[in-house]
Design a protein around this ligand. Structure first.
Ligand SMILES: *[C@@H]1O[C@H](CO)[C@@H](O)[C@H](O)[C@H]1NC(C)=O
Ligand SMILES: *[C@@H]1O[C@H](CO)[C@@H](O)[C@H](O)[C@H]1NC(C)=O
Ligand SMILES: *[C@@H]1O[C@H](CO)[C@@H](O)[C@H](O)[C@H]1NC(C)=O
Length: 465
């Protein structure tokens, strides 16, 4: 009893000592951090964080002497870039920007396509250099794009708000824009974007463009890709936006062939965030939404599909004809939907060839499909008026402009043909799912085989076998 009574106070004292020690250490460490920050910010020396930016921004050194509190932010030190992932410096979590677009519809702003932490992203500000030499700093709203699958990182919108700035959206066209961390406002910018216009040009109502998610895993189905391109061209597509994470030499050559014809825009897509682990597949939602704004001024219609999918109308020969007909059914025309969803039907490549195939084409040979197409929003894909859309998802549109609507297309008008290599559930589905033969694709087969043969001849002259 006695020794216990004495031991207790001595243990308590020991604990108090440890607590005091931790308390002191905490402040010591805190002090060192603050001191370091101050020294680095005020007096950049070789080897400090400042010199890292000198590498990023060639030619920056010696142009300005800044760093003090309230100093004017330095001007852009390199030409603004578009469609390249660039870092935002000074943030706690990785933060990248890709492109910037004028937003006039939902709010007066510059809309930046970015990728960063899904929740608790760093606060940022936008610095805008206008063509008349005015420089302004804008408040920014960081907004994760909804389809992020709850992963740690997400495709993100940053809205640089023009409210109270005295600047109209139109004036930002062609301006340079940089995102800076709110906690480090005087750092030289590590990113610089060109603000692109989104105003629809006149006479584009019937033009149809396609968005495709980033190519990855060294995508290499060049042979099929020719058929896919040519069928889509027959269906009325006049331009394709594509993103290159990785692709084979043959596909690269093929895309270059189509690029020279003005049909393909291939954009780099090296996002330093781990796909599928940290961010949903290659940050594809940043790509879809970049494509939406990139095409807005030139595309009357936009189709978001994958390279193993085509949307085939049952009556019309082209998709613009179908979409115009679908819209014409609404009265008054202002009630017509801006987005049309197409239901998915798998055509398994492992199913037998059609004995009546009129040409040696995948779409002519593979005519067996699921008897019952998937429900809407379950693997469906869509066509829309880009000017009426704000935020795109994979299988439907997340947000339309005020007043716009979206509707499903009946299967007797069109279907999404999904040419799939693998069957679901380890192949079982190929054997058990009820199927039917659907020869809609044969309507294009004769014309398609001629086009495919002619393109392949041209491609063979320049591309390695
Ligand atoms: C902007 O600055 C440049 C270089 O200083 C000058 O040549 C140009 O005239 C200025 N433009 C306007 C609109 O003030
Ligand atoms: C595609 O991207 C890879 C890696 O980012 C690059 O090495 C390659 O040159 C690019 N190909 C084309 C055709 O742009
Ligand atoms: C999507 O459709 C498939 C096939 O009809 C079905 O098995 C699956 O449960 C559906 N998924 C959802 C999320 O509804």
């Amino acid at each position: 009893m006695r020794w216990r009574a004495r031991a207790a106070p001595s243990r308590a004292k020991e604990r108090a000592n440890i607590s005091f020690f931790i308390f002191i250490m905490f402040f010591a460490v805190f002090g060192v951090i603050v001191l370091t920050e101050l020294l680095l910010l005020e007096r950049p020396t070789p080897g400090s964080t400042r010199s890292r930016y000198n590498e990023d921004l060639q030619g920056w050194e010696g142009r300005t002497e800044t760093g003090g509190e309230g100093a004017e932010p330095p001007p852009p030190a390199h030409a603004p870039l578009d469609a390249v992932w660039q870092p935002v410096a000074g943030t706690r979590f990785r933060f990248y920007v890709y492109s910037a677009y004028v937003e006039r519809r939902t709010v007066a702003a510059v809309r930046v396509i970015a990728a960063t932490k899904t929740r608790g992203a760093d606060a940022v500000m936008c610095r805008l250099w206008l063509s008349d030499n005015r420089t302004v700093t804008l408040k920014a709203r960081v907004k994760p794009i909804r389809e992020n699958w709850n992963l740690r990182y997400s495709a993100t919108y940053v809205l640089c708000l023009l409210r109270d700035s005295g600047i109209k959206p139109q004036e930002t066209v062609g301006a340079s824009l940089s995102l800076v961390a709110s906690t480090a406002p005087n750092r030289p910018p590590t990113n610089l974007l060109t603000v692109r216009d989104t105003e629809p040009k006149s006479g584009i109502e019937e033009t149809l463009h396609v968005c495709v998610k980033p190519f990855h895993f060294s995508y290499s189905r060049d042979e099929w890709l020719v058929e896919w391109f040519e069928l889509n061209r027959l269906l009325g597509v006049s331009h394709f936006y594509m993103y290159n994470e990785s692709l084979s030499a043959q596909v690269a050559c093929l895309l270059d062939h189509y690029r020279k014809k003005g049909l393909v825009t291939l954009l780099p897509w090296k996002l330093p965030i781990v796909s599928k682990v940290e961010i949903r597949t290659e940050g594809q939602f940043a790509a879809f939404n970049d494509c939406l704004y990139r095409s807005m001024s030139t595309a009357g219609w936009l189709l978001v599909i994958d390279v193993d999918e085509v949307i085939l109308p049952r009556r019309e020969r082209t998709l613009p004809a179908l979409l115009t007909a679908l819209r014409a059914a609404y009265n008054p025309p202002s009630k017509a939907p801006s987005a049309f969803l197409f239901r998915n039907a798998f055509f398994y490549l492992r199913w037998e060839d059609d004995a009546e195939a009129p040409a040696p084409l995948v779409t002519a040979r593979k005519t067996r499909r699921w008897a019952a197409p998937h429900a809407l929003k379950n693997r469906s894909k869509y066509a829309l008026r880009p000017r009426d859309a704000v935020e795109l998802g994979n299988h439907f549109v997340w947000e339309l402009a005020p007043g716009a609507s979206s509707v499903g297309v009946p299967t007797d008008r069109a279907l999404l043909h999904h040419y799939r290599i693998a069957c679901e559930y380890g192949g079982v589905q190929c054997l058990t799912v009820p199927s039917t033969v659907d020869r809609t694709a044969h309507r294009w087969s004769d014309e398609l085989i001629q086009r495919v043969s002619s393109e392949k001849e041209q491609v063979a002259k320049t591309c390695p076998a």
